[in-house]
Ligand binder design. Structure first.
Ligand code: ADP
Length: 403
């Protein structure tokens, strides 16, 4: 192993009941191992660990994130990577909300931990889970620098007109209310790849990126800098998602409280877990949604139509904001894998220079590629996102400054 192993970064994405992780070399992008611990705190927790060509699966009760991460390290050791012996260059943590404070990858110390905890008021579902991962990793790998990479960071410099909500300015200032934006690591990585693929400097490219996973967001990027994005103070705003509604009349919240007598936590749960595709059709996974549409399920069809309608609304808004675009890109689980979503999102827009070539769109190719005809003014692209690689590179840049 030796030197190569010590250059690796362990990337941790710690959610409320799961830990996704990857051990990779930020320079070569080679992944040594990756996996997921799921259902932490439940009786049937499990780990799935992939290293080289083998997959290890174990079902075992995992009480909390520290126990989960300990099991990850044991599994690494059992499959030929003893992290303590081999050494890793850094641990990179995905942190959802950086608020106004954190907009660069940040070396973690006690103060940073305390501030991320304070920011939990803005992201109660996410930041505490991210912190659990950070605390566990600090305890288990005490000598290794830990770096936080924030989902909001890329959008920190959004123009004031795009980031400001039209509510009482004093209330907004007192409570940190602004558009923060999320999935920033992905939008930054993918938009950078787009410029590379077009063979142009990022400063010359106007583009729209659709990150369509279980969560979904769109961004408008001019010359490498975002000028708008669809998620807001929280990841609820914008596009229709697996379990979140995206844009809503805010009056619905007050109406639900008065009329359905839901308290604020019940409304939060309704909006975060039981809305979006799932709320409309009963399922949040796009593959199952497609099966239901194909078998004549009307609720599934409507859910799909609402999803596409919202997507096109953002497309129209961002085309005008940018005054035209060089590229429109799809990424993440749905964006990379659903030719139908891509075709329906961009249907009938030839007059704007936007076309999708059906054959190029339909290939199951997993690499970054153009799916518009070669001579059309707007390049339509599919670019696989790689948030882990982006986090690993960011973490490496931070630790290089320490050397
Ligand atoms: P997240 O990171 O937000 O959990 P992903 O980017 O992994 O999500 O995307 C997950 C979603 O991608 C799944 O819910 C599923 O709907 C969708 N998806 C994955 N594979 C396919 C596929 N082959 N066709 C259509 N949708 C897919």
């Amino acid at each position: 192993m030796g030197k190569a192993a010590r250059n690796r970064v362990l990337v941790i994405n710690s959610g409320s009941s799961s830990i996704k992780y990857q051990l990779l070399d930020p320079e070569s992008s080679v992944v040594a191992a990756s996996g997921i611990v799921e259902r932490i705190g439940e009786d049937d927790s499990a780990i799935e660990h992939r290293a080289e060509s083998s997959t290890t699966e174990r079902r075992v009760a995992i009480a909390d994130h520290t126990a989960g991460l300990r099991l990850v390290f044991e599994t690494f050791a059992a499959t030929g990577h003893d992290l303590e012996e081999e050494g890793v260059r850094a641990v990179g943590h995905r942190v959802v909300h950086g608020g106004e404070v954190f907009y660069r990858p940040t070396l973690i110390d006690d103060d940073v931990v305390a501030t991320i905890a304070d920011l939990a008021a803005l992201a109660p579902l996410h930041n505490p889970a991210n912190l659990a991962g950070i605390e566990s990793a600090r305890a288990l790998l005490p000598g290794v620098p830990q770096v936080a990479v924030f989902d909001t960071a890329f959008f920190h410099g959004l123009p004031a007109a795009a980031r400001t909500y039209a509510i009482d300015a004093k209330v907004a200032a007192a409570h940190g209310i602004r558009k923060y934006g999320f999935h920033g690591t992905s939008h930054e990585y993918v938009s950078g790849r787009v410029a590379e693929l077009l063979g142009r400097d990022p400063s010359e490219v106007n583009q729209i990126v659709f990150h369509l996973g279980n969560g979904a967001s769109a961004s408008a990027i001019r010359g490498g800098r975002p000028v708008d994005t669809s998620m807001g103070l929280t990841p609820l705003e914008g596009l229709v998602m697996g379990t979140r509604p995206g844009d809503l009349d805010p009056g619905i919240v007050a109406h639900l409280a008065r009329s359905a007598h839901l308290d604020i936590d019940q409304i939060d749960t309704l909006l975060n877990r039981d809305s979006g595709l799932k709320g409309l059709s009963g399922v949040n996974d796009f593959r199952e949604l497609r099966r239901r549409i194909d078998s004549g399920d009307e609720a599934a069809r409507l859910a799909y139509e609402v999803y596409i309608h919202r997507l096109r609304r953002y497309l129209g808004a961002y085309l005008i904001e940018l005054g035209g675009v060089d590229a429109i890109t799809f990424t993440a689980g749905v964006g990379e894998n659903s030719p139908q979503v891509r075709a329906d999102a961009l249907a009938g827009l030839a007059r704007f220079g936007i076309e999708v070539d059906p054959a190029a769109n339909a290939t199951g190719d997993r690499t970054a590629r153009r799916i518009s005809p070669p001579d059309t003014p707007v390049a339509v692209l599919v670019v696989p996102t790689n948030e882990e690689l982006a986090i690993a590179r960011a973490a490496r840049r931070v630790v290089e400054r320490l050397d």
